[in-house]
Design a protein around this ligand. Structure first.
Ligand code: FMN
Length: 208
């Protein structure tokens, strides 16, 4: 079959994209309003962008009513956030945070998720997350208009909290110890437990 994306309604295009572009990592993003009200929400349109300078991106789309999600509202007012990664053990708490709470109501307290202060930014981080990136806002790029239109948030990584017990012998994280979850289509997830290695064809040529 050939899908003509130019003729698809956004909701249907989203279903095809989210069930084919996978597995997707999950950014569990904490923000804070200028009044000090915290917010925590998961986003799987999420990726690293470059290490020079260290940058990541995630994409809160507009709601079905065309309004901005709380995460975007907070970052526009206070341009700092933390991207917490999600191991299998925290899946349920992460999923709870996808609930629509009124603006200003904290998912940390609503769902009993322990927070701990960040070092360089004002939003707190998820205490039990094994990796948390403290970020300042680089820029927001708007793509589209109305429902499901994108607010692409680029963040400059200025610090990361790495739990010591997830490190491997080489000093970098061991994916099995991290046990992160990835998002598949619909309500499905995967775990990063079955892995394999391929030596690069030319080590000198491929440095990244
Ligand atoms: C695993 C997972 C991934 C999600 N990924 C996205 C995403 O990439 N973009 C998005 O706009 N919403 C995504 N959502 C839905 C948001 O988490 C949800 O709309 C949330 O209520 C937004 O919170 P906020 O209004 O507090 O910012 C995802 C939900 C889950 C459970």
């Amino acid at each position: 079959m050939l899908l003509d994306f130019t003729a698809l309604k956004p909701r249907v295009a989203y279903q095809w994209m989210s069930s084919t572009i996978l597995p997707r990592p999950i950014a569990w993003v904490s923000t804070i309003s200028p009044e000090g009200r915290t917010n925590l929400a998961p986003f799987s349109f999420f990726q690293g962008v470059t290490a020079n300078p260290p940058t990541l991106m995630f994409v809160p789309v507009n709601t079905r009513e065309g309004t901005k999600k709380d995460t975007v509202r907070n970052i526009e007012l206070l341009p700092e956030f933390v991207v917490n990664l999600v191991p299998f053990a925290l899946t349920e708490q992460m999923n709870n945070c996808a609930a629509l709470l009124p603006y200003g109501e904290s998912e940390f307290s609503a769902f009993g998720i322990a927070e701990t202060p960040s070092q360089k930014v004002r939003p707190p981080r998820v205490a039990a997350s094994p990796v948390a990136f403290e970020c300042t806002l680089d820029r927001i790029v708007h793509i589209g208009e109305g429902p499901l239109a994108a607010n692409v948030i680029f963040g400059r990584i200025i610090a990361a909290h790495i739990r010591d017990d997830i490190l491997g012998p080489g000093g970098f994280p061991d994916s099995a110890k991290l046990d992160l979850v990835g998002r598949l289509g619909g309500e499905d997830y995967t775990r990063t437990r079955e892995t394999f290695s391929f030596p690069r064809p030319d080590r000198k040529q491929y440095q990244t």
